[in-house]
Ligand binder design. Sequence first.
Ligand code: GSH
Length: 193
Amino acid sequence: MKLYYAPGACSLASHIALVESGEDYDKVKVDLKTHETEDGADFYAISPRGYVPAIDTDDIGLLTENPAVLTYLADHYGAAPSGGRRYKLLEWLGFIGTEIHGGFGPLFGGAEGDKAEAAKQAVAGKFALAAELMGDADWLLGEAPGVADNYLFVTTLWADKFGVELPAKLADFRARNMAREAVNKAMSEEGLG
Ligand SMILES: N[C@@H](CCC(=O)N[C@@H](CS)C(=O)NCC(=O)O)C(=O)O
C-alpha cells in the first residue's frame, strides 16, 4: 500500500487510518502547487486527477476520492461498520467531503474580504450542523474513532488555520483526536507540529 499525501491536507485522514491499521505502508509526498512528487515525478502521470489522497493498492491499483479511499482503508483494515451503519458512514463521508471540505474551497483558493467572510460563515454553519447531528456522542459512528472521524478532524484543523468558528463540541472533538496515538504519529510523519 502506498499513500500519496500532502502535509495537513485531507490525505491526513487516510494517513491516520494507515497508522492505526498497524500494517506496513509507503508514503510519497506531493507538492500540490507543482504537482510533483518528492522524488520529482509528475503526479498527473500517476493520478490524472492530480489531488491527494491517492492510494496505490495491490488489488485494484490506484484509488482516489476521499469517500472511496477511506472506505477502502476501513474495509481492508477491519474497521468498517457493517449493516445499516455502513450507510451512515457513507452519509458522513459525503457530508464532510461535499459540505465541510467543499466549503473550505474558496478559502484554500485565496478568497479575501467579503468572499472569505461568507465562506467562513457558511462552513461554520456546516460545523454547527455536524455538532448537532453528533448529539452526545464522542465519535461519529459508535464507540471508537473511525475514518469519518479522521476526516472531520482534519477539517477542524483547517478551521484553526482559516479562523472559522468551531462549536465547543467540535473543539472538544478536535482535542480528543489530538490525544490519539495514531493522530500524533501521522501528524509527526507529515512534519506537523
Ligand atoms: N474530490 C477529491 C478532492 C480532494 C482534494 O481536494 N484534495 C486537495 C488536498 S485537501 C488537493 O489535492 N488539492 C490539489 C489540487 O486540487 O490540485 C476527494 O474527495 O478526494
